[in-house]
Write a protein that binds this ligand. Structure first.
Ligand code: PMP
Ligand code: GLU
Length: 379
C-alpha cells in the first residue's frame, strides 16, 4: 500500500512541545503524579469578562461565517492596540485575524517563502518556525547567539537568497528580552539588504526586566515587518485559538487569499471575545506577571544553588538550561524516573543538544515538587 505523504510534510517532525505535553498528560491519566514543566500554556483561567463576551456573542446569534480577515470590530481594536501600545502605524487593512498566532506564522510563511529562499532563525528558537519554513519549501539558516544570548551576528549570515529574519521577543525558549541595540541591528540588516522581518511578540506583556520594543515601529520597518501576536499567553486563551498578524497590505491580501481557501476565519464568537479582551480592563495582567516572576525567582535560586547554567530569563515563562548531557536522554530518563516533563533543547535548534526548556506555567507548589525531584535526579 502506498504510504508516503508529500515532501512538504515528510520533512518535518511533530511539534516537540506538544508531543512532550501529550506524553505527560497520558502518564497523568494512568494515575502517575506527573509534574508537567513542558508546555508553554498559562495555568490561569481565561478572565471571566472574556468568557462572558463569547457567551453573549453566541446568544446574540454571532454564530455564522465572518469576513475571512476577521470581524471589523476586532481588526479595528487590534489596529488601535498596535498604534497605541506598540507605536506601529497600522489601519485595520493591515490586520488579519487567525486561529492562533501559530497559524498566522504558518500562513505568512506559506505566502512569502518558496524553494531557494533562506530564513535567518536565531538558535535556539521556538519549534514551529523551522517547521513552517520547511513546509514552505525554504531553508532555515541557524544563527548562533553570542555569549549571554542577547545578541547574534545575523549580519554574517545574509546571502543573496535571504528573504526573511525571524525575531521572537521575549523569546521562547530563552526567556530573553532582546535589548534595543540588538533589535536596532536587526532593523539595519533588514533595511540595508531589503529583507522582510517576522516579529513574534506574543510574550510582550510577560516581562520582568527590560522593556519591549516592536520592530515594526522602527524607522523603515513598517513596510517590511510582519508583526505576529495573539491572545493565548496574555489572556490565557490557548484553547480558544485566536491570533493575528499586522503587515503591509500586499502581505495581508496574500494571507487572506490563503485563509479564504483553508480555515476561512477564526471562530465567530471567539473573535468577539477577542474584542472584549483588548477593550476590557488589563489590570489582571500585572498580577499574572508578578506571579510568573515569583516562580521564576524561586527556580533561579535553586538552579544557582545546583550550579546549573541558564539563559537570562527576563520575560515569557521559560528557562532554558544546560544539563550538560544529551537533552533527549535527560528528558526521557527524568520523565520515566521522576515523572517530570521537560522539553529537550535539541527541538529548538542545532547547537543546544545538552540544554532543556522548562516552562513555569504551573503552580508554585508544583514547582517546589519539581525542584525537589530535580535535585534528587541529579544526585
Ligand atoms: N509564538 C510563540 C513564540 C509561541 O511560544 C507560541 C506558543 N503557543 C505561539 C507563537 C503560538 O501561539 P498560539 O498559536 O497559541 O497563538
Ligand atoms: N508555544 C507553546 C510551547 O512552546 C505551546 C505549544 C506550541 O504551540 O508549541 O510550549
Amino acid at each position: 500500500m502506498i504510504q508516503r505523504g508529500a515532501n512538504r510534510i515528510e520533512v518535518v517532525q511533530p511539534s516537540a512541545t506538544l508531543r512532550v505535553s501529550t506524553m505527560a498528560k497520558e502518564l497523568a491519566r494512568e494515575g502517575r503524579d506527573v509534574v508537567d514543566m513542558s508546555v508553554g500554556e498559562p495555568d490561569f483561567p481565561t478572565p471571566d469578562f472574556i468568557i462572558e463576551a463569547a457567551y453573549r456573542a453566541m446568544k446574540e446569534g454571532k454564530v455564522f461565517y465572518t469576513p475571512t480577515r476577521g470581524v471589523p470590530e476586532l481588526t479595528e481594536a487590534i489596529a488601535e492596540k498596535l498604534r497605541k501600545e506598540n507605536g506601529i502605524d497600522v489601519t485595520p487593512d493591515n490586520i488579519i485575524v487567525t486561529p492562533g498566532a501559530k497559524y498566522a506564522i504558518f500562513e505568512a510563511m506559506m505566502c512569502l517563502l518558496q524553494e531557494g529562499d533562506e530564513v535567518l532563525l536565531l538558535d535556539p528558537s521556538w519549534v514551529s518556525y523551522e517547521a513552517c519554513i520547511l513546509m514552505a519549501g525554504a531553508r532555515p539558516i541557524w544563527v548562533p547567539h553570542e555569549e549571554g544570548f542577547e545578541d547574534a551576528p545575523i549580519e554574517d549570515y545574509v546571502t543573496g537568497n535571504t528573504k526573511l529574519i525571524v525575531v521572537n521577543t521575549p523569546s521562547n525558549p530563552l526567556g530573553v528580552v532582546y535589548p534595543r541595540e540588538f533589535l536596532k541591528k536587526v532593523r539595519d540588516v533588514a533595511v540595508d539588504n531589503d529583507l522582510l522581518v517576522m516579529s513574534d511578540e506574543i510574550y510582550e506583556k510577560i516581562i520582568f526586566e527590560g522593556s519591549h520594543h516592536s520592530l515594526a515601529a522602527m524607522d523603515g520597518m513598517l513596510e517590511r515587518t510582519i508583526t505576529v501576536n495573539g491572545f493565548s499567553k496574555t489572556y490565557s486563551m490557548t484553547g480558544w485559538r485566536l491570533g493575528y498578524a499586522a503587515a503591509p497590505e500586499w502581505i495581508v491580501k496574500l494571507m487572506n487569499r490563503m485563509q479564504s481557501h483553508s480555515v476561512s476565519h477564526p471562530t465567530s464568537f471567539v473573535q468577539y471575545a477577542g474584542v472584549a479582551a483588548l477593550k476590557g480592563s488589563q489590570d489582571f495582567i500585572e498580577d499574572v506577571v508578578r506571579e510568573f516572576k515569583a516562580r521564576r525567582d524561586m527556580i533561579m535560586e535553586k538552579l544557582d544553588e545546583l550550579g546549573i547554567k541558564y539563559a537570562p530569563p527576563k520575560g515569557a515563562f521559560y528557562i532554558f538550561m544546560d544539563v550538560a548531557r544529551d537533552s533527549m536522554e535527560f528528558c526521557e530518563e527524568f520523565l520515566k524516573k521522576e515523572y517530570v516533563a521537560l522539553t529537550p533543547g535539541a527541538a529548538f535548534g542545532v547547537a543546544y543538544r545538552s540544554w532543556v526548556r522548562l516552562s513555569y506555567a504551573t503552580s508554585r507548589e508544583r514547582i517546589a515538587e519539581f525542584l525537589k525531584r530535580l535535585e534528587r535526579f541529579l544526585k
